[in-house]
Ligand binder design. Structure first.
Ligand SMILES: Cc1cc2nc3c(=O)[nH]c(=O)nc-3n(C[C@H](O)[C@H](O)[C@H](O)COP(=O)(O)OP(=O)(O)OC[C@H]3O[C@@H](n4cnc5c(N)ncnc54)[C@H](O)[C@@H]3O)c2cc1C
Length: 422
């Protein structure tokens, strides 16, 4: 009985509940009421906020922590993304961080005692020109130098993996691809629930329906938050609100080098297993995978204007579908089931910020662009490290806020301050 009372999922707890009419389970996390003060308040109950709270408690023994979420956990991008995980980055500022995240993904289910459905079916980036192929060779070498896996495929190698692609009469012929076999997908909402449950078990208060509406300040330092459930004091206030970051920092008269944009995602009707892993088009912005339920999950560009809305517009729907049709014409016969939008925090060099805020007591975690889901474990790990020790984690040391002032940008795609091109 010990395991089900401690809330651990195991064969024993499954059997015990089967015999007890499923009455022994306890809620995955408590409905905590806010206390007057905490050591650390994490604002935002997405993957990053919950992972931060979990690692604060687990790795640093800081358990007097609250996660404040204005709606329900996972109601932001954490529950709206297309679930791709990978560590196929080029620059030294990025690659070790994303590879660390990949390693955390690989042990996450055991660490959290929760099935987050990590599925390492591979991520294949297609190339269509010799120049692109050279760039992928360079990227693959950089990945391998950082300890990640990477394979450069020629057109025949791609054909063997994905024979249904448009090889023979394509406007942009496929010349090869960069394959990361350890990349793949994870179940987005399970990740949120797994971190929430594990953090709760370590004593973290997860407080839903609690919106931060302002900040408590003393002598220039941030000393707590105002919420719709009253003021709460804190030794440290850590923002992990992704696309809402600029809305919150505006309350502190801070302007950050990020913009919020809508990013849409699409799911088709369920089909038999077809797409082996994640495939990205190199001649347009389109990527696709297939969920365990059989739906094709795909997406492309952000909507090209600043917005805090969580729904997108038709020109991007058309653009994404055109990219898909160019790559795999059979998509034209597939019926689309659902589409939705999320609010992404686009930074001006396409890379994130994990740093102390410009005010004492404030910590920032933002600028995740299209790709913060894959970063969830390492983002939480490194943000917790920074909050607990005051020093950046070595793999996230380049994600400084002042790089936009000093010019030490991490411009992974070399496109400058153009969020729509990152
Ligand atoms: C359509 C789409 C597809 C994507 N696909 C991928 C992908 O395939 N792979 C990948 O790596 N990344 C992907 N991303 C990006 C990824 O989802 C995000 O970068 C990541 O989820 C952001 O971190 P988070 O999970 O903590 O954010 P969120 O889940 O957005 O968490 C922020 C939370 O803060 C809360 N909040 C906001 N304001 C307040 C307030 N005032 N008070 C209290 N709480 C507040 C919100 O309600 C929200 O729950 C995608 C994003 C979208 C929209």
């Amino acid at each position: 009985m010990a395991s089900e009372q401690s809330g651990r999922y195991s064969l024993l707890s499954l059997l015990a509940n089967a015999f007890a009419g499923q009455t022994l389970w306890r809620p995955a996390w408590r409905a905590a009421e806010p206390k007057p003060a905490y050591d650390v308040i994490v604002v935002g109950g997405g993957g990053h906020g919950l992972a931060t709270a979990y690692y604060l408690a687990k790795e640093h023994g800081i358990r007097n922590v609250a996660v404040l979420e204005k709606a329900h956990v996972g109601s932001g991008n954490a529950g709206r993304n297309t679930t791709i995980i990978r560590s196929n980055y080029l620059l030294p500022g990025n690659e070790p961080f994303y590879e660390w995240s990949m390693k955390l993904w690989e042990g996450l289910e055991q660490a959290l005692n929760y099935n987050v459905m990590v599925s390492q079916r591979g991520v294949l980036n297609l190339c269509h020109t010799d120049a692109q192929r050279d760039a992928y060779a360079r990227r693959g070498n950089a990945m391998r130098l950082a300890g990640a896996d990477a394979e450069l495929l020629d057109a025949e190698g791609v054909r063997a993996l994905a024979p249904f692609l448009n090889f023979d009469d394509a406007r942009f012929p496929i010349t090869g691809g960069l394959l990361q076999r350890r990349g793949g997908t994870a179940r987005h909402d399970a990740v949120v629930w797994g971190y929430a449950r594990a953090a709760d078990r370590l004593g973290v208060d997860i407080i839903q329906q609690c919106e931060v509406t302002g900040f408590l300040r003393e002598a220039g330092a941030v000393t707590g938050v105002e919420t719709n459930r009253g003021p709460i004091r804190a030794g440290k206030v850590a923002l992990a609100v992704a696309g809402s970051t600029s809305r919150l920092t505006r309350l502190l008269d801070l302007r950050l080098p990020i913009e919020s944009h809508v990013l849409q995602a699409f799911v088709s009707e369920g089909l038999k297993p077809l797409i082996p892993g994640v495939i990205t088009f190199g001649a347009g912005h389109f990527y696709i995978s297939q969920s365990d339920k059989g739906g094709l999950v795909f997406g492309g560009d952000i909507d090209g204007y600043n917005s805090y809305a969580q729904r997108g517009n038709l020109p991007v729907v058309e653009d994404v579908c055109e990219g898909g049709m160019a790559l795999m014409p059979f998509l034209g016969r597939v019926r689309m089931l659902r589409s939705w939008g999320g609010l992404v925090d686009m930074s001006m060099d396409g890379s994130p910020i994990i740093d102390r805020g410009p005010l004492p007591g404030l910590y920032l975690n933002t600028g995740w662009n299209y790709g913060g889901f894959k970063a969830t474990p390492a983002s939480g790990w490194c943000f917790a490290h920074l909050i607990a020790t005051g020093a950046p984690h070595p793999t996230a040391a380049a994600f400084r806020l002042d790089r936009f002032r000093t010019g030490h940008l991490i411009d992974e795609k070399g496109v400058g301050a153009q969020p729509n091109l990152h």
